[in-house]
Design a protein around this ligand. Structure first.
Ligand SMILES: *[C@@H]1O[C@H](CO)[C@@H](O)[C@H](O)[C@H]1NC(C)=O
Length: 352
């Protein structure tokens, strides 16, 4: 079924991407700067094949906005990412970029001082390793276009830039529209109960098919804990309307999370929901008749995905349950959609 959907929607572009179909070159405009404000990393993604290639351009080097395009490290220690972690509706055109046959797309990355916690690491030389995983759709295989990391030395000013000033609060959904507020409240309740169900199942069936599919090879205690903190409400949730200005249009953003960092730790977080969260995403019980692979299958699943960002700082390495099942052991632990898929799989197993 997945295959026929792909054929219908992407008929004009290359289907099975293979390694080498996209090449990435990354360089720093200046390898030594005074301030984090002056860091500019320039990337060129080239398509040497004879067909246009359309790929998801979020959470990778093609995305110049505030999603995670790099792993930034100093002396081997990765800096905490404090930009946007979002869930997308992959039917939206704005989620994709087409690299023309024989052509390339260039992207500059700026404003990085707000997206990574340079301050906690102090001045010095930082290594920027580009995220070069590409997918033609949410469940398409991931191809990596490896490229060498680039170094930038920041000599004077690494003070944390504020992306959007966050508000600290407990998990109290607020929304001017009473109906939508109730939807958020219900989805949050579902998200916690999905995570709680997964946590309980990890204790009672530590080698379940679901655990092995979404987290196999990881420590049960560790993955249990990450679900338990979501179920136990140790996060906060946000109240303002789209402060990052990324909802709407063809951008496909369903919901997103912003984390507050201090001294290299997550100390708080806000979750925001966009219009399509209310209009295009199914209820959690609807997965009993439908599937749960898609990000738009369940609102409780969306909030669970966001809560894994908010509480454990997970990344977005791949979306869609079948792709999450194929990640490496370490990437399964670090990928938000694995938590959504595990929670929904356990729900479907016991509640449908
Ligand atoms: C990236 O920045 C460099 C230096 O400012 C500039 O020459 C180049 O045109 C920019 N590229 C894009 C795609 O904006």
């Amino acid at each position: 079924m997945f295959r026929s959907t792909i054929l219908l929607s992407f008929v004009a572009v290359a289907l099975g991407l293979s390694a080498g179909d996209l090449k990435v070159s990354v360089k720093a405009i200046s390898s030594s700067v005074d301030s984090v404000d002056d860091i500019v990393i320039s990337a060129i993604v080239t398509n040497p094949t004879k067909e246009d290639i359309r790929v998801i351009s979020k959470n990778n080097i093609l995305d110049p906005t505030a999603t995670k395009s790099f792993a930034v490290s100093k002396q081997g220690d990765e800096l905490l990412f404090s930009g946007i972690r979002a869930t997308y509706d992959f039917n939206a055109a704005g989620v994709y970029t087409t690299i023309p046959a024989g052509g390339s797309v260039a992207v500059n990355h700026t404003g990085l001082g707000a997206l990574y916690d340079f301050e906690a690491a102090g001045t010095g030389t930082f290594s920027f390793s580009a995220s070069t995983h590409f997918q033609t759709g949410p469940d398409a295989p991931i191809i990596e276009a490896n490229t060498a990391p680039v170094d930038v030395t920041v000599k004077k000013d690494v003070k944390k830039r504020s992306f959007i000033p966050l508000e600290r609060r407990l998990s109290t959904p607020t929304c001017g529209d009473g109906g939508r507020k109730q939807v958020i409240t219900d989805s949050l309740t579902y998200a916690r109960s999905l995570a709680g169900g997964a946590a309980t199942d990890i204790r009672t069936h530590p080698n379940s098919a679901e655990f092995n599919t979404y987290f196999g090879g990881n420590s049960q205690d560790d993955i249990w804990y990450r679900h338990d903190i979501i179920a136990g409400d140790l996060s906060s949730s946000g109240t303002r309307i789209d402060p990052a200005g990324i909802c709407g249009g063809s951008g496909g953003v369903i919901a997103y999370t912003l984390v507050v960092t201090s001294g290299g730790n997550i100390v708080g977080s806000d979750i925001y929901t966009c219009d399509i969260f209310f209009t295009s995403v199914g209820t959690t019980p609807s997965i009993c008749s439908g599937g749960f692979d898609s990000t738009t299958s369940s609102r409780g699943g969306v909030i669970l995905h966001e809560l894994s960002h908010a509480t454990s700082g997970t990344s977005d390495l791949g979306y869609g349950c079948s792709v999450t099942a194929g990640l490496s052991v370490a990437n399964k632990r670090n990928n938000a959609d694995n938590y959504r898929c595990m929670g929904l799989a356990i729900y479907k197993h016991y509640n449908c």
